[in-house]
Design a protein around this ligand. Structure first.
Ligand code: C5P
Length: 235
């Protein structure tokens, strides 16, 4: 496979074309942004951690019957993936109250939710990724009914797999965001799963070991990413 021109540069990743029209190469950067790009910084070593961690969990999802865009890891920062059209939805699961949910609902961070919440945001930077529901998605043609059903089924499965996976590393999965894409008519899990996109708290102390350390200026950002990586046995 031959790497060709850059197709896109996002906040945390670049995407390159290849000689195969169905395959692109994702390259993970150390750049970090928060609050819709208002806060910018670098988390040294993040690109390699997010690449390795995403690929590792995507393989677990595949084994459990959740199809993903993963083809193969090429090096510590780059992975070949199926070229999907991203469904413009941020799919969020919450197991424990935190972040925008706590703010919106006036619920203290750390309160266990009685059941997981699946929510959608419309992926649109200009609008600040507004909170939407299934009807919005259907009415605006963002996804079909069948696609939403698949997305819901896969996301709940991903949550069960990840909760158990992180618990083995003494980490509580508070919440996370995933994205899906379309590939020849099929819905595939795409994008990434990493401390950028998950809230992970130490099970015993509730220490935050994720991007909130960057968002909230808590310090030891790189150390937190490294700690997660090490605990998962991926270092
Ligand atoms: O900010 P909020 O509480 O809505 O975030 C919920 C989860 O989704 C968090 O784990 C956060 O890291 C993730 N998220 C993300 N990208 C966004 C918004 C949220 O990865 N644009």
């Amino acid at each position: 496979m031959e790497k060709r021109e850059q197709l896109y540069e996002g906040k945390a990743k670049k995407v390159f074309a290849t000689d195969d029209p169905d395959v692109v190469i994702v390259s993970y950067k150390d750049d970090a942004t928060a609050f819709n790009g208002e806060k910018k910084g670098t988390i040294v070593g993040k690109g390699a951690i997010n690449n390795r961690m995403t690929n590792h969990v995507f393989k677990l999802f595949e084994k459990a019957g959740v199809p993903t865009h993963l083809i193969e890891e090429l090096n510590d920062r780059e992975t070949a993936v199926k070229k999907v059209d991203i469904v413009p939805l941020e799919v969020i699961i919450r197991n424990v109250a935190a972040g925008s949910f706590s703010k919106r609902m006036g619920v203290e961070e750390g309160r266990e939710l009685l059941c997981p919440i699946l929510e959608f945001s419309y992926k649109n930077d200009d609008l600040g990724d507004p909170f939407i529901n299934d009807d919005y998605a259907l009415a605006l043609g963002l996804a079909t009914k069948d696609e939403l059903a698949k997305i819901r089924e896969y996301t709940l499965k991903v949550n069960e797999i990840m909760k158990e996976y992180f618990l083995q590393a003494n980490l509580k999965l508070i919440d996370f965001k995933i994205e899906f894409g379309r590939f020849h008519g099929e819905i595939l899990l795409a994008d990434e799963v990493s401390p950028d996109t998950c809230r992970l708290w130490d099970k015993d102390t509730n220490e935050k070991l994720d991007k909130d350390r960057f968002r909230r200026d808590l310090g030891n950002v790189e150390e937190a990413y490294q700690e997660v990586f090490k605990r998962l046995g991926l270092a």
